[in-house]
Write a protein that binds this ligand. Sequence first.
Ligand code: C5P
Length: 232
Amino acid sequence: MGKDVIIACDFSSAEQVFDFLDKFTGKKPFVKIGMELFYAEGPSIVREIKKRGHKIFLDLKLHDIPNTVKKSMSVLSRLDVDLCNLHASGTKRMMEAALQGLTREDGTRPLLIAVTQLTSTDQESMENDLLIKEPIDKVVMHYAHNAKEAGLDGVVCSPLEAGKVHDLCGKDFITVTPGVRFADGDIGDQKRVMTPQAAKEIGSDYIVVGRPITAAEDPVAAYERCLADFVD
Ligand code: C5P
């Protein structure tokens, strides 16, 4: 899989997401389906979007005991998505179990990536709420390394961390980075943001872009601007 722009389809109904996707008459964008849309519409929304020819990142961030995650991943693998994820904090054993569950009888499977620390977690909340006293960038790198050792394909991380993750885990270890904004756009609730060009320079493999595209006056033009800045 090469570099691409993934649109975060954070909508709460099938109607809204199809209204949005109907605007794209040229290249079919790679889309991210998160908890909001999945919980609203169920697995059928994944099948329908797939049928329309889109690649899909199913962003459900699994985190449970290894056996439960294994069985859940086995069910998700039948949806034929391209990319899915879990929390690295569920431990290496959970990540290994997830990979086993995800792998189909013929040996094929979707790519599996790990969330290290959510970008909404900062040093203070990690220390006070989770009792993790190490510096957050060390924790992120440790979790990325665990994901690599468990056999996963990559991580979700801030674009600011993508270069370091590649240095530690290799250039083929995929970095998927949200928190992308145009230089002349609103940053909204994201704290640490980067432009598509900067994310490209630092070596992100995929950028996840939500509101700069979904809330744009012309979403197709905004998507094409991302592609031009990040991929071309
Ligand atoms: O609208 P925006 O571009 O901020 O959307 C970013 C998307 O990436 C959202 O779906 C958000 O949930 C997701 N995400 C994130 N930060 C993470 C993990 C996922 O912003 N660390």
